[in-house]
Write a protein that binds this ligand. Structure first.
Ligand code: SF4
Ligand code: SF4
Length: 388
């Protein structure tokens, strides 16, 4: 089977073969894989350099319209760095006219005072600015850019000054998690409304760099304790800032209920128009459809890719007979594929999985990291992966 759906002319399922599906309430529009930064934990595919031409403005507008007709209400403009698209303001305007609640997910690089104002005028609801760390040196080392931190600070202040609700996102890992107190202090200083302290999830470039990124259990527990202490202090002081601490499933015994179920509420469209049930699914050996060739309605309800892991008839043991399968759907298909080579296996995070030892080994390796250095997410390294 094709690794990706780009360029495919995939047949739809025969009448009556589609499985029960919800509405695609969330649309993630990955506008581009271009990005000025090089984060080693980026969730973009390793081989992003091979993927075809970006959708045009008209094609994106059609995607926004069709998704809205299917029930999508939340829209994230993401990438890569969505600010590299010159038509971003037009897409925001269209989103507003269609009635979406829209969110710009950005590194802040390329943002200006003028753009913040233009986006507001066009109807953008929300901006999420990501930081790599609270310290300039570490931030810039991880971003692969000497100017990144200063620009992010400036733009976070600008976003607030222009009256947006603001999310600050910090992907945490072994190189920055011990400074969680400083991260939270910075977010308080910047008057963030929400702070995502998102422990790195190991997909894409993050999986490639896992040995450098995975924190130890002790680091994680300390960070969670400090976050809880801040929550109490902030609440007592009447500060409305919300701290969201996302734990990595590598330290759990049960997997997450990935994407609330395959093809149930999340829809991602990649820069070249491939439609996916989650932003990591492109790596699976499943044929995914393209919005260049099919309507989103056909894709969502009747394509092979979106029906493949719906329901539970694809499950193997131990999931098939497990009384928790309604809760976690067997975990993450991408994690099962990356770690066991079979996307229909139980997510190895689960302690009932016969592959759970792979997670235990990764935890043990985090106690004594080899210090191999990072493979940065950039075009040159991606071309190396493309060559295999
Ligand atoms: S994670 Fe970093 S490299 Fe990846 S798209 Fe975001 S800013 Fe760019
Ligand atoms: S065996 Fe499968 S369904 Fe049961 S808890 Fe583990 S991952 Fe979930």
């Amino acid at each position: 089977m094709n690794r990706t759906g780009s360029g495919c002319t995939e047949a739809l399922l025969p009448e009556g073969r589609e499985k029960p599906a919800g509405q695609p309430l969330w649309l993630l529009a990955e506008l581009t894989y271009k990005c000025p930064l090089q984060c080693p934990y980026c969730s973009n595919p390793l081989d992003f350099a091979r993927h075809g031409e970006e959708l045009t403005t008209d094609q994106w507008i059609r995607v926004l319209r069709e998704a809205r007709e299917l029930g999508a209400a939340q829209l994230g403009f993401s990438g890569g760095e969505p600010l590299t698209r010159p038509d971003l303001v037009d897409l925001i305007r269209e989103a507003r006219q269609l009635g979406y609640y829209s969110n710009l997910i950005t590194s802040g690089i390329g943002l200006t005072e003028r753009k913040v104002a233009d986006f507001r005028e066009a109807g953008l609801d929300h901006i999420q600015v990501s930081f790599q760390a609270s310290d300039e040196e570490v931030n810039n080392m991880l971003a692969g850019s000497a100017k990144a931190f200063a620009q992010k600070l400036k733009m976070a202040r600008e976003v607030k000054a222009q009256g947006y609700p603001m999310v600050l996102n910090f992907v945490t890992h072994r190189h920055n998690i011990d400074r969680i107190d400083r991260i939270i202090e910075l977010c308080i200083e910047l008057e963030a409304d929400y702070v995502e302290l998102a422990t790195c999830q190991y997909y894409g470039w993050a999986y490639e760099n896992r040995a450098e990124l995975l924190p130890t259990r002790a680091q994680l527990e300390r960070a969670e304790r400090i976050t809880n202490e801040y929550r109490e202090r902030l609440a007592a002081a009447g500060n409305p800032i919300r701290l969201i601490f996302v734990t990595p499933d590598y330290y759990e015994e049960r997997p997450k209920g990935c994407m609330n179920g395959w093809g149930q509420i999340f829809l991602t469209v990649t820069p070249d128009g491939t439609a996916l049930p989650c932003h990591s699914a492109r790596q699976l050996p499943v044929e995914f459809p393209s919005v260049k060739q099919q309507s989103l309605g056909d894709i969502w309800y009747r394509s092979f890719g979106f029906n493949h892991f719906r329901g539970d008839d694809w499950m193997k043991e131990p999931c098939r007979s497990c009384d928790e399968k309604e809760k976690d759907f067997g975990g993450c298909r991408c994690q099962a594929y990356m770690m066991t080579g079979d996307a229909a296996n139980a997510d190895p995070v689960c302690s009932k999985s016969p592959h759970h030892d792979l997670i235990v080994q990764a935890r043990e390796a985090a106690e004594n990291p080899a210090g191999t250095g990072f493979t940065y997410r950039n075009e040159r390294n991606s071309r190396v992966f493309c060559r295999g």
